[in-house]
Every structure is written in C-alpha cells, then in structure tokens.
Design a binder for this molecule. Sequence first.
Ligand SMILES: Cc1cc2nc3c(=O)[nH]c(=O)nc-3n(C[C@H](O)[C@H](O)[C@H](O)COP(=O)(O)OP(=O)(O)OC[C@H]3O[C@@H](n4cnc5c(N)ncnc54)[C@H](O)[C@@H]3O)c2cc1C
Length: 407
Amino acid sequence: MNGHSERQPDPKIIDLLAKEPENIAHVSLEYFPPRTDQGVKNLHARMDRMLANTKCLYTDMTWGAGGSTADLSLDLALHAHKTGHVSNMHLTCTNMEKDGDPIKAVHDALRTAYDGGIRNIVALRGDPPEGEKEWTATEGGFTCALDLVKYIRKNFGDDFGVSVAGYPEGHPNRISQLSEKEIANMSEAEKGRCCTHDGITYVCKDEDYKKEMDYLKEKIDAGADFIITQMFFDAEVFKTFVKDCRTWGINCPVVPGLMCINAYPGFKKMTKFCKTRVPKSLEDKMDSMKDDPEAVKAFGVEFGAEICRSLLDSGSKILHFYTLNLEKVVYGITDELGITSGLIEESNESDAKDMVAVGSAWARVGDTVKFSAGQGVVKEIKSDGAAVVEVDGKDVEVAKGSYEKVF
Ligand SMILES: Cc1cc2nc3c(=O)[nH]c(=O)nc-3n(C[C@H](O)[C@H](O)[C@H](O)COP(=O)(O)OP(=O)(O)OC[C@H]3O[C@@H](n4cnc5c(N)ncnc54)[C@H](O)[C@@H]3O)c2cc1C
C-alpha cells in the first residue's frame, strides 16, 4: 500500500480562503498534463518541490482541451492529493460521452475524484476539441459550465467545493473586432478592456460584458464558491472586474489568474489567441527582447512582481499562477514579494522540453505548421482533422497526422 493513501480528504478551498489571515499573501499553482511519460515524472518532482518551497494553498490540474487528457488529468489530480497538495481538479464538459451516455464520463470522474480524497473541482465548459473551431454540446450533454455546476450540486450536494472561470475582459467568444467608427465611440469601460492585435482592435462591448456578468452571477448562484480569472496583464482590468462583480451581487472571492511570462513566442501567441489586453508599454518591452529568452524570463519576474504587488495592495489574498509547468519565473516573483527567499537561484528548468502540454501539438487556425512539402499557416481545420495550409500564397490540404505545429 502506498504510504500516502491514508491521507484525509482535502479541505474545501473556500474554507481555507476564509481561514487565512488577511495580511499574508498566498499562492496557488496551476499545472497541466505533460505530453510524455518523462514529462509526467518531471512534473511529479516539480510539484513536490514547489509545494515544499512555496507552501501553495492549493494546486490546480487542468483538464486537457477537448477532454484529451481525462485519465491523465484525473491521475495527476489524485497524485497531487496523495502527495500532500490540496488538489483543485479542473473538469470540462467537452467530449464526456461514455457508454452512450452523454455525461457518464463527468459523473465517473467526479466519483473517482471523491473516492480518492479530492474535494475541489473547477467546473468548466472547456474549449472545442481538436480540429473544431466552435464548441458544440453533445446531444443530451451539458451546454455550459453552469450546467456542470448545477449537476455537481444536484448529484453530489456539498461533497465538493466548486470554483468557476471568470473573464475580466469578457470571454473570447464575446470579444468582437471593432470598426473605425466603433473605436471612436468606445465607452470609458470599453477603452479600459479593449486590446489591439496585428492592428485590429477588439473589445467585449458593454452589452456583451453585461451578459457575461449576468451569466457569471448565475454560475455563482447555482452553487459555485469562488472565481478564478482568465489571465490578464493590466491590473486595472482585474480591479474593475472585482468591483463589477460586487455591483452584480457576486460577493465570493475572486482569485486573480496570473500567466507567467516565460517566453516571447508563447506570450505573443496566447495573448492573440485569447484577445488579451496588452498595455503598450508591455508590448514594446516584450518586442524589444524577442531574441533574448533570458531577458524575457528576467522581465517576466519583474513584471509579475509588479502586477502582484498592485493586486495585493488592492486586497487580493491569493495569487494564482499559471506555471506552464515551470518554476523559475514563479520563484522569482515569490522571492521578490518576500513570500519565499532565494528560490530563483535554485530553480532548474533543464527538463523544460518534456513539460509541454498534451494537445499543444495540435494546430489551430493561424498556427504555423510544417509537413513533408514545406511550411505554412493553417487557414482551416476540416472535420476529419485535415488542415488547409497556405504555402506561398497557395492552399494545400494536408491530412491529419501529417503536419506538425512549429513552436
Ligand atoms: C481559470 C480557468 C481555468 C481553465 N481551465 C481549463 C481546463 O482545465 N481545460 C480546458 O479545456 N479549458 C480550460 N479553461 C478554458 C475554458 O474552458 C474556455 O475558456 C472555454 O471556452 C469556456 O469555459 P467556461 O467554463 O468559462 O465556459 P462557460 O462559463 O460555460 O461560458 C462560456 C461562454 O459562453 C457563454 N454562455 C454559456 N452559457 C451561457 C448561457 N446559458 N447564457 C449566456 N451565456 C452563456 C458565457 O457567457 C461565456 O461567454 C480555463 C479557463 C479559465 C479562465
């Protein structure tokens, strides 16, 4: 028998948050399932080290895009519990059909998690599976995260603490491209959350933001305990979001989700994909360092510490780091904040190439891919997984499995 298997079930995170004194900053750390077996071994070791070093309040394990890593996510979340973490397991509604039942996989995952001592779930709708642009519900399955929150409360009562995602800049599906005229007529609130990528300005318009907030309120009213936000790089956006939550009668904790800036290409790609607001000063700084990976990491620490200080000053008690399965920038930030000391000198990321996520090799529209005849940009992914790739101005169809994303 494994020495950890006698561990008591996890406490609920909402209770931990209520108990912690106001004046101490805490961190929570989020990881994703790595693509290789070696990556999984490395991740076990990294999670152990990071728990010991940061005393993180809880540990999130993501549920791979499109349900791709269901078993591995569950294993890793259970492993986290067994090895002393308070495990916050993400669960999505995507591809959860099993034995002809559209939601059986969700039920089974919840039951296995509960039996293994997990008591905290992040209830999510999920992103579309590989090769699909739009999220579509399976017939008879859940249509959104709200359905999953309701399901957990109806079928598992208070067995689990439940958190949900919040989007300070609006969910990407509700962020629209603006015309020149619309840009000129943006409200002050829209100006505060708009973004520009490749010369195009986007915003979640006020009427859509209102729908987002109404819907978020529904998720909380249905029984979610707290909110973890989408990444943001402008502290003011988060502060406005928290104020708006209170205006909407959403009075639960709102935990800021902080994307660690680790590398220039990843930063550019993620911010464009999620249509994230990037303040001009941050964009210029990142562009100036694009060929200097070490400088980017050092700046990731400086910028991260600055935004965290601002959040702590405005009342956040906990900082939720999207670690990207790495440690250096997190340690740098916690060192700078005085939560830890001297960890950045000890950090070791020699395992980085094995820490890449399952599914990150999947290409989406706009990604650069290589295949036997060359390299190009994906214009379309067909329902059978084939990609239409633009190469030197011509469209080439490349079968599923024959192209590989270029990072
Ligand atoms: C903290 C966090 C963790 C995440 N972890 C994962 C993960 O582990 N795995 C993964 O695949 N993805 C993850 N994601 C990404 C997430 O799955 C996507 O953003 C997904 O597109 C939406 O999921 P959701 O739970 O926010 O969806 P929902 O809360 O269902 O909302 C999605 C959108 O649909 C709208 N909507 C849905 N239903 C209604 C309704 N009835 N009425 C009005 N509007 C509605 C919402 O307003 C919103 O715009 C995470 C995101 C965050 C912020």
